[in-house]
Design a protein around this ligand. Sequence first.
Ligand code: PMP
Length: 333
Amino acid sequence: MQYAESVVDLIGNTPLVRLSSITRHLGENAPLVLAKVEYLNPGGSVKDRIAVRMVDAAEASGELKPGGTIVEPTSGNTGIGLALVAQQRGYRCIFVCPDKVGQEKINVLKAYGAEVVVCPTAVDPADPRSYYSVSDRLTRETPGAWKPDQYSNPNNPRSHYETTGPEIWAQTEGRITHFVTGVGTGGTISGIGRYLKEASGGRVQVIGADPEGSVYSGGTGRPYLVEGVGEDFWPDAYDRSIADDIVPVSDGDSFAMTRRLAREEGLLVGGSCGMAVAAALRVAEGLTEDDVLVVLLPDGGRGYLNKIFNDAWMADYGFVEATGGETVGELLH
Ligand code: PMP
């Protein structure tokens, strides 16, 4: 019989799939462009990998003891990863998130059995009501509490150095020449990038994709709509010595490519995936058939149905025309 002992054992070993349609315009000498499909992790994103690695390390060091509580200021994919690992290992989980986070995301965390504390967005980070302050206080005051802190935890990049990087190297039989990924905490690019640089003797080029306005591509942290990537500060998880280049991508280009991935490649993925693929295509335009480019797709598109895949939302921000396009009724006339 073939089965895993726990859903945690299903994390990682995600497949690569060729992106054929969106690279067609590159012609006969086009490089091979492959996507690493991270939404196939059990929690639906690349963040399952860092969750299990951070928990394993905290158990080993004694920071997290049986019956302990995980406290993290997150509303997104890292929360889901931590929630599923916590549930399987018998830990309590408390997530602290700002009130701008959608109810759907909060419901997902609660569905896994986590507790969610919602804090006001419109206060200074130093304010005792801010979500940073509240998560610090909960960590201090809850017995047996442990805060993973994905932004500074070395096991975030380490999980990618130990799993995602070696997987990509083995899956491409060492023929990868370029690696493209979005940058949020920086864990993905730092861990995978370091592994691929070492394995290839420095040959693999590592390219970060960043929302226009974020610090990694020289911005000040100006707001953008793509979720999960870009920062307004430099996290410890980001190793500045790894990226050979950082490509800034606009929200409009990110969302247009996200929609194309669903319609042309059958990949219903999130906005940071569209961003990474838009950057990957820019890189691919300068490459040849001798090159193999891998682009990482961090999460699935179900969490963005009311935004990127909603014509009214896209029209509100000027990303698509407000006409709504042809309906089936119009086509029948
Ligand atoms: N895309 C999404 C949707 C994410 O949640 C994250 C994680 N913040 C990233 C990309 C970036 O990954 P990393 O934090 O490892 O840089």
